[in-house]
Design a protein around this ligand. Sequence first.
Ligand code: MV4
Length: 455
Amino acid sequence: MFKKILVANRGEIALRVICAAKDLGIRTVAVYSEADRYSLHVRFADEAVCIGPAKSALSYLNIPAVISAAEITNVEAIHPGYGFLSENADFAEVCRACEIAFIGPTPELTRMMGLKQQARTAMKEHGVPILPGSEGILTGVEEALEVAAKIGYPVILKASAGGGGRGMRVVRTPEELPNMFNQAQQEAGGAFSCPDLYCEKFIERPRHIEFQLMADHHGNVEIFGERECSVQRRHQKLIEEAPSPVLLPEVRERTVAALKKAFAAIGYRNAGTVEFLMDTDGSLYFIEVNARIQVEHPVTEAITGVDLVKTQIRVAAGEKLPDILGGPITFRGHAIECRINAEHPETFAPSPGRIQALNLPGGIGIRVDTAAYQEGVIPPYYDSLIAKLIAYGQDRNEAIARMQRALGLFVVEGIHTSIPLHQRILADPAFINAEIDTHYIQRFLEKTKKVVFEE
Ligand code: MV4
């Protein structure tokens, strides 16, 4: 096992990784920007190195600075968390060249998963269901028109190097396809320096369901069930839960079996999340792979009892999954996570600043992952996630009740947070009935919009 690792991240996930390392008896090195000098991840690590100014590009995304910190502190491995360098294949390659273990997939697999069309082809080859669409990168408008005519409208054009919703265009008629193609290509070239596009059948109001997996260095692949992540706004998830309240057991079993085979065949390593869209008939279609630990991993930890971050570190050190897990994965109960963001609950405007008062909820069935503290400052330079509130119960209703209770006890003063928004969602009959898809928030906000000038 490693004796010392570096955590190349900040905020709650840096603290989460430090906790896993402490539980394994591993020493930790934090890196921080000038804006994070007084952050908890700096205080709770055994050592800390300042790697640059507040701006991410000059600190948390600065590969030479992170590698220098790793070299001078003599760590054996780096955990990248999520975001920042976590899916940067070049960074993983530099780690390899420096003989530092990267706690994540190989650079080759990370690179492949970043090219969505390649990942899509690989999944199709190994028996994971994908949506009808193009084979490989579209050569131009002509081919796009041919594919769309064959699979039928509406279709969606996607940037192969994209993800997270950028560089996508929904096309409803052949007439509008040429313009949409050129727009998507322009956007992809600008945003990802790669204009490659592919095309898929468009699903109108899908649910977003993803499977958590872990692979070791010995060919073992385990699937830790699914998460339902449909409650999101502008591609930012707000609420996630496990298991999905609507996934049919036979669809789950088929998908798990296909994923185990496919990820063993491609030689995947470490943690990964496989995203699917669910159609109204309950079928699942692969869309993309996230080659990292994700924000919402705690809901899976809650229902399986497995520490996923600890497992990541152990498989990266060469341990075998059967030894780590000690038996088959078991699922029990239901878990829900609310992302608490430093933003206005109605306008969604960012709300950085000093936390003047803080009361974190607790009690049975409640977990809070956060690096926030009273008098601490939320800087304006990074994402707005300040805490994750996870409620566990024997069933979905108990998890909802515990979440409502915990949201009521959660006090943050001095900045705006999404707590009041979550309280309104958790009381919404549609949410309570699990009538959620990727348009749920839009409907919810329209339905509950405050009417200012009432008759
Ligand atoms: C789709 C889709 C409908 N049909 N693909 C958006 C982000 C990217 N990860 C994939 N996305 C979508 N791909 C087909 N063929 C609808 C979306 C989509 C979406 C997906 C997951 C979660 C939220 C979403 C919100 C809008 C659109």
